[in-house]
Write a protein that binds this ligand. Structure first.
Ligand code: GLC
Length: 736
C-alpha cells in the first residue's frame, strides 16, 4: 500500500529559503505540529467568542503542541487575535506565526443572503463585491483564511447544505466560484491586507450524499464527477484559491481525505494546484470510521500520502507522523513539503513580516456593518429573492391595510446557518421595515400566527384578528435556520404542519394572500403554492433582509431573481434537476395521451419540477423574439453569436436574465436535454427592447467521453434562449 509517492527532490527543497530557515531546524514533532489546526477553545481566554463547528472531543494535546500548532480555527476580534498571536510568538521557538482561519461563507458581520440565494441573483459581480466586503470585515478582525466558497453542486434539497451552494448547474456554480475567490483574495493577497485567502470546499462531490443525508455515502462514476461535480472546484482553483478543503464523503469508494487519486493525481498533478490542502473537521480520523483505515495511524498515513497538509482538529498527524517517518513508511520530504506549503501561504499573507496582518481594532469599530457594506447586502438580498407566483397581489400599494402574519413576520432568524458573527438582534426584520416603508406604520398589523413547528389557539385568534381589517394578508413563513445547514437534513421538505394550518386558516378569510418564504432549501410547496396568490422566495436574506423584502413587496424594487436550483413538485420527485438525460423512454404528453404506460413517468406526480432551474417572475413582463444565429455551422475551435430581442412589455422597469442553453442531440455518451452555456442580464424600461448578444464557442460543447477524453463531436445541436430552462425560443446548428 505504501507505493512510493513522487516527492520533489532534495535540491528543490533546499532552494527554498523557508525550508532552510524554518523547516531544516525543526524536529519531526515540530513539523507535525505545524500541520495541526486547533479550534479556538484551545486559545480561549475569558471573554473570547469562538466558534465550534464540529464535534469537540478530548484530543490529549498539551501546551507545547499548542505552542507549535500551525493554525487556529474560529477566533475573531482584532484584540483577541492580537493577544493570541503575540502569546503564540512568545512561545514558538522558531517564531512561526499562527494562521487564523474561519468560516466566512456569506458575510462576517454584514451578512449577505445565503449562497443559494446569491446563486439566484445571477449577478457574479455583486457576489464578488459581497466577498470583498466580507473579507475586509474579517481581515480587520484578524482572520487570514476563510473556508469559502463552498461550490458543491447540489440536486437534493433534503440535504441541509444546499443553502451553502449556488445550485445545480456546473457552469453557473463555476461563474460564482470564480467571483467569490476573486472577491475574497483580490489581486494582491500580500499587499492588500483587507483581503483573505479563499479555501474552496468540499473537495469533492459532497453534495451527492445518498438520500440527501449529510455525511452519507457518495458514489459516482469518474465521468460524472468530472462532467458535473468538478468544474466549480476547478474554476476556484484556476481563479487562484489558496486552499482546498477535503470533503467528508467517499469518492470512488475512498474517503476524499485519504484519496490519493483525487488529491494528488487530479488536484495537484493534473490541475497543478500547489496550495494548501486542509481536511474538513476531524476528517482524517474519520477515515477509520469509514472503514478505510485500521486506526488513526493508518488514517494519518493515507492522508499524508494523499497530500493532505493540515489536520483539522484531530491528533492523527501529531501523534503518528513522526513515528511513520521514523519507521520509513512516510518519506520525511512529504512532511517537509506539507510544512513548506503552509509556510508559503503564511509568507504570501505577509505574516512573517507582519504577524498581525490586517488586525485593526479601530478599523474594526468603524467598518462593521457600515452603511456602504449594508447597501451591498441590501442590494444582493433584493436580487437574490425570487418571485415564484403573483396573481395580481404584489406589489402592495401604499394605503392598503396589511396583516403581516407568521413566525418570520418580525424575526431576526434570517441570517442562515453559516452566519457565525451575524447578529440576529440587529438584523433588519421584515415587520419593522414594512412599517417604515408604509405611508402609515399603522397600515401594517403584525401577528405571529404560529411558531415554526407549533400553533396555539391564541396565535390563531391573533392571526384572525390581525386579518380582520386587512386588505392583503402577507404570511412570513419558513424553516428555522437550524433546519438547514450542516447536518440539517430533512426527509419531508414541506413547511411544518403548524404553518400549513396557518395558511389554511388565512385562506379561509378569502382575502388576497401573499407568502414570503425564509428557508435554506427548495421546499415542497404543497399547501402553500396553490393557496397563495403570490409567493416570494426570500431564502435567508441576511442582515439587511427586512429592508430588501419591504422594498420588493412595495415595488420599490422589482424582483429579478431566477432559481439556481429546481423546486420539486414533491420530495418524492427528488433528485429533480433541469440538465437531466433523456432516457430511452422519455415522457411526453402525447405518449401519455395515447395511454402509453411504458414511458418514464410516475403514476401519481408529474416528471417536471414545480418550478424549474432559471425560473423567476417579475412585476413586469418580457417578450422574446427574433432568435438568430450568426451561423448554423460551427467549426472546431470556432464560435457563433446568438442574438435575441427582449422587450419589456409591462409597466415597470425590470432586470431580465437572458439564458442560453444547448442540447447535443447525439453524443458518444448520452447528453443532457439542456445545458446552460451563457447568460446576460439586461435592465429594460417599460416598452424598451434590446437585442441581446451571447457567444457560444466550440470549446463549450466539449464533454467527457467514455474514455474521459474531453472533446466535442460534430453533429446536430439544439439551441435555446429564454427566461428559464423551460421558457425558451429554439434554433438549431451543426458542429462540422
Ligand atoms: C465543518 C464544515 C466545513 C467547515 C469546517 C470548519 O464541519 O464541514 O464546511 O469549514 O467544519 O468549521
Amino acid at each position: 500500500m505504501n507505493r512510493n509517492v513522487a516527492v520533489e527532490n532534495q535540491a528543490s527543497l533546499e532552494n527554498e529559503p523557508l525550508y532552510r530557515k524554518y523547516i531544516q531546524p525543526m524536529t519531526l514533532e515540530e513539523k507535525a505540529a505545524q500541520l495541526l489546526q486547533l479550534a479556538a477553545p484551545f486559545y480561549d481566554k475569558p471573554g473570547g467568542h469562538s466558534e465550534i463547528t464540529g464535534p469537540m472531543e478530548e484530543l490529549g494535546i498539551g501546551g507545547e503542541t499548542v505552542q507549535n500548532a500551525g493554525s487556529v480555527l474560529g477566533i475573531s476580534g482584532a484584540e483577541k487575535m492580537i493577544a493570541v498571536q503575540k502569546a503564540h510568538l512568545e512561545n514558538n521557538k522558531l517564531g512561526i506565526p499562527l494562521l487564523f482561519t474561519a468560516d466566512i461563507v456569506h458575510g462576517f458581520k454584514t451578512i449577505f443572503p445565503i449562497p443559494l440565494g446569491i446563486g439566484c441573483s445571477w449577478n457574479p459581480e455583486l457576489a464578488s463585491r459581497s466577498a470583498e466586503v466580507a473579507a475586509h470585515e474579517a481581515a480587520v478582525s484578524g482572520i487570514h483564511v476563510t473556508f469559502a466558497p463552498m461550490v458543491d453542486l447540489v440536486r437534493d434539497p433534503r440535504w441541509g447544505r444546499v443553502m451553502e451552494s449556488t445550485g445545480e448547474d456546473p457552469y453557473l456554480n463555476s461563474v460564482f466560484a470564480r467571483a467569490f475567490v476573486e472577491g475574497f483574495q483580490g489581486e494582491d493577497l500580500t499587499g492588500d491586507v483587507s483581503r483573505v485567502a479563499a479555501c474552496v470546499k468540499h473537495f469533492a462531490a459532497y453534495g451527492l450524499a445518498e438520500g440527501g443525508r449529510d455525511y452519507n455515502t457518495v458514489d459516482l462514476s469518474e465521468r460524472q464527477l468530472r462532467e458535473y461535480y468538478l468544474p466549480a472546484y476547478k474554476a476556484a482553483v484556476d481563479a487562484g484559491a489558496e486552499m482546498v478543503m477535503t470533503s467528508f464523503n467517499t469518492v470512488e469508494g475512498m474517503p476524499a481525505t485519504g484519496n490519493r487519486k483525487l488529491l494528488r493525481s487530479l488536484l495537484r498533478e493534473e490541475w497543478g494546484f500547489d496550495g494548501v490542502v486542509i481536511s474538513d473537521w476531524a476528517a482524517i480520523k474519520e477515515i477509520v470510521a469509514h472503514g478505510a483505515a485500521e486506526d488513526d495511524k493508518e488514517a494519518a498515513l493515507k492522508a499524508m500520502m494523499s497530500g493532505v497538509d493540515i489536520d483539522m482538529m484531530t491528533a492523527s498527524y501529531i501523534n503518528h507522523l513522526p513515528e511513520l517517518v521514523r519507521e520509513g513508511k512516510v518519506e520525511e520530504r512529504l512532511l517537509d513539503e506539507a510544512v513548506l506549503r503552509i509556510l508559503k501561504l503564511k509568507e504570501k499573507l505577509g505574516l512573517f513580516e507582519n504577524p498581525l496582518r490586517g488586525a485593526d481594532p479601530a478599523a474594526e469599530a468603524e467598518i462593521m456593518r457600515c452603511t456602504e457594506h449594508r447597501e451591498v447586502a441590501r442590494q444582493l438580498a433584493e436580487q437574490s429573492a425570487v418571485l415564484l407566483k403573483n396573481e395580481g397581489v404584489l406589489p402592495l400599494r401604499q394605503g392598503q391595510k396589511i396583516a403581516l402574519i407568521g413566525p418570520f413576520a418580525d424575526s431576526g432568524d434570517i441570517l442562515g446557518w453559516w452566519s457565525w458573527l451575524g447578529d440576529t438582534e440587529t438584523a433588519v426584520k421584515l415587520g419593522g421595515a414594512m412599517q417604515q416603508l408604509a405611508a402609515d406604520p399603522g397600515d401594517i398589523v403584525i401577528a405571529e400566527g404560529s411558531g415554526i413547528e407549533s400553533i396555539s389557539v391564541a396565535q390563531k385568534d391573533g392571526a384572525l384578528q390581525a386579518a380582520q381589517d386587512a386588505d392583503v394578508i402577507v404570511l412570513a413563513l419558513g424553516e428555522a435556520s437550524y433546519m438547514s445547514g450542516e447536518a440539517g437534513c430533512r426527509s419531508d421538505i414541506r413547511l411544518p404542519e403548524a404553518q400549513l394550518e396557518l395558511v389554511r386558516l388565512m385562506k379561509e378569510t378569502g382575502k388576497p394572500l401573499a407568502v414570503v418564504l425564509f428557508n435554506g432549501r427548495p421546499l415542497d410547496l404543497h399547501g402553500v403554492y396553490d393557496a397563495a396568490d403570490a409567493v416570494l422566495e426570500a431564502w435567508y436574506p441576511g442582515s439587511e433582509g427586512g429592508e430588501a423584502l419591504a422594498n420588493l413587496l412595495y415595488g420599490r424594487s422589482n424582483p429579478s431573481g431566477r432559481l439556481s436550483m429546481s423546486f420539486p413538485y414533491s420530495v418524492g420527485q427528488v433528485p429533480v434537476y433541469y440538465n437531466h438525460y433523456s432516457t430511452g423512454r422519455p415522457f411526453s404528453a402525447a405518449e401519455k395521451e395515447k395511454g402509453n404506460r411504458y414511458i418514464s413517468k410516475y403514476l401519481d406526480i408529474p416528471n417536471d419540477p414545480l418550478l424549474p432551474f432559471g425560473f423567476g417572475l417579475s412585476y413586469t413582463s418580457y417578450q422574446y423574439e427574433g432568435l438568430q444565429l450568426s451561423t448554423h455551422e460551427m467549426t472546431a475551435g470556432g464560435e457563433l453569436e446568438v442574438k435575441v430581442t427582449v422587450t419589456n412589455t409591462g409597466s415597470m422597469t425590470g432586470t431580465e436574465t437572458v439564458q442560453l442553453y444547448v442540447r447535443d442531440v447525439a453524443g458518444e455518451v448520452v447528453r443532457p436535454v439542456k445545458e446552460l452555456k451563457a447568460f446576460r442580464q439586461v435592465t429594460l424600461a417599460p416598452g424598451e427592447s434590446r437585442e441581446v448578444a451571447l457567444t457560444l464557442t466550440e470549446e463549450q460543447l466539449r464533454y467527457h467521453h467514455s474514455d474521459l477524453s474531453l472533446s466535442s463531436d460534430p453533429g446536430r445541436f439544439r439551441l435555446f434562449a429564454g427566461s428559464s430552462s423551460r421558457d425558451v425560443l429554439e434554433a438549431e446548428f451543426r458542429l462540422v
